[in-house]
Design a protein around this ligand. Structure first.
Ligand SMILES: NC(=O)c1ccc[n+]([C@@H]2O[C@H](COP(=O)([O-])OP(=O)(O)OC[C@H]3O[C@@H](n4cnc5c(N)ncnc54)[C@H](O)[C@@H]3O)[C@@H](O)[C@H]2O)c1
Length: 312
């Protein structure tokens, strides 16, 4: 039996991950997040999972990390205090929060003899602007945004801790995950945000002319890729995980309109300078090694997200 801690468990990806881990294993899963409004016996969905223990804490407090990491085998690091949009105009925020907090985490992991750290990095931002249809892990990362710089820096620290102290790890450079449970009012996750605007028949705001291309990965596929690979001995430190194909925002809107059956007004706003025009991840390294491919196409994924948005 292994003991697992999921940091950032109450977020979009964390909730899906914890549900799946709880379903497929009898291991003890400790879920760490702020859980600001959580009280024992409340109706948080994690309360229903018998092998899950809720551990409220502050990631940026070392004592909270020490308390939760005793005797732990696997550590999922899904904490982020920023996203590409919120970090955009503040070059210090990732340094002061995510980078520092991650380094503290890795130090405590070494002290507590954790077997492996699993880190969710960002395939959409670490590479920067690459003139290529598909980007593989051999491209030299050149992030343009503080968020991407932060993610890449945390990857570098993982390499340092492995070299210095033997801390094992795997990095997943995730594309743009989307699906049920994602914040409809967020600054990340264009699909649920747009779908909510369709539901309420409000105008959507599009960056630039809508030609920006992204790689959209349905959340269930992301979770399958992570859960079915993280315990295996990885040949490489980092892996792209995405859908393997790109869609422009305009194409995305066509899919959304075919799903909802109607249109809404569109406004355009300048694309932030730190956003790249196109990013589509080559996932062959991951597929070759672990033999797992994404199953849910964009039409089905949008439909399932639309069902979720309509039930809110
Ligand atoms: N969603 C995406 O598009 C995407 C893409 C690639 C990588 N990622 C990365 O994957 C990870 C998870 O993403 P997500 O979409 O689930 O994010 P999210 O914002 O939904 O979840 C992050 C969680 O971290 C928690 N958190 C933040 N600061 C904390 C603190 N000081 N103490 C305790 N908890 C704290 C938040 O409460 C939240 O539940 C993040 O690291 C993110 O950068 C996300």
């Amino acid at each position: 039996m292994s003991k697992i801690v999921v940091f950032g468990a109450d977020g979009f990806i964390g909730r899906h991950l914890v549900n799946r881990l709880s379903e497929v294993t009898d291991n003890t899963i400790i879920v760490f997040d702020k859980f600001s409004n959580y009280q024992i016996g409340s109706d948080h969905p994690f309360e229903k999972l018998s092998n899950v223990t809720i551990a409220p804490g502050d990631f940026f407090n070392r004592d909270d990390l020490v308390n939760v990491l005793s005797g732990v085998d696997y550590v999922f690091h899904l904490i982020s205090s920023t996203n590409p949009a919120t970090a955009n105009n503040d070059p210090f925020i990732d340094i002061d929060t995510n980078i520092r907090g991650s380094v503290e985490l890795f130090e405590v992991c070494v002290e507590q003899k954790v077997k492996k750290v699993i880190f969710l990095s960002s395939g959409g931002t670490v590479y920067g602007d690459v003139d290529s249809d598909l980007i593989d892990e051999s491209s030299t990362p050149a992030p343009r945004s503080p968020y991407g710089i932060g993610k890449l820096t945390i990857e570098h620290y993982l390499r340092y801790f492995k070299h210095r102290s033997g801390l094992d790890y795997i990095v997943y450079r995730a594309a743009n995950p989307y699906g049920p449970g994602q914040n409809i009012h967020g600054k990340q996750g264009v699909i649920p945000v747009f779908l909510y605007h369709y539901l309420t028949k409000e105008p959507i705001t599009i960056y630039g002319d809508g030609s920006m291309v992204r790689d959209y990965l349905f959340i269930d596929d992301l979770i399958t890729m992570v859960v079915n690979s993280y315990q295996q001995a990885n040949k490489f430190p980092e892996y792209n995980i995405g859908s393997g194909s790109g869609k422009s925002v305009n194409e995305l809107i066509k899919h959304i309109e075919s799903c909802t059956g109607y249109s809404v007004d569109k406004k355009h706003t300048p694309t932030p300078k730190t956003f790249v025009d196109k990013i589509v991840l080559d996932i062959s390294r991951f597929n070759d090694e672990f033999g797992i491919i994404p199953r849910v196409n964009l039409e089905d994924g949008i439909k399932r997200t639309w069902d979720y948005v309509q039930e809110l």
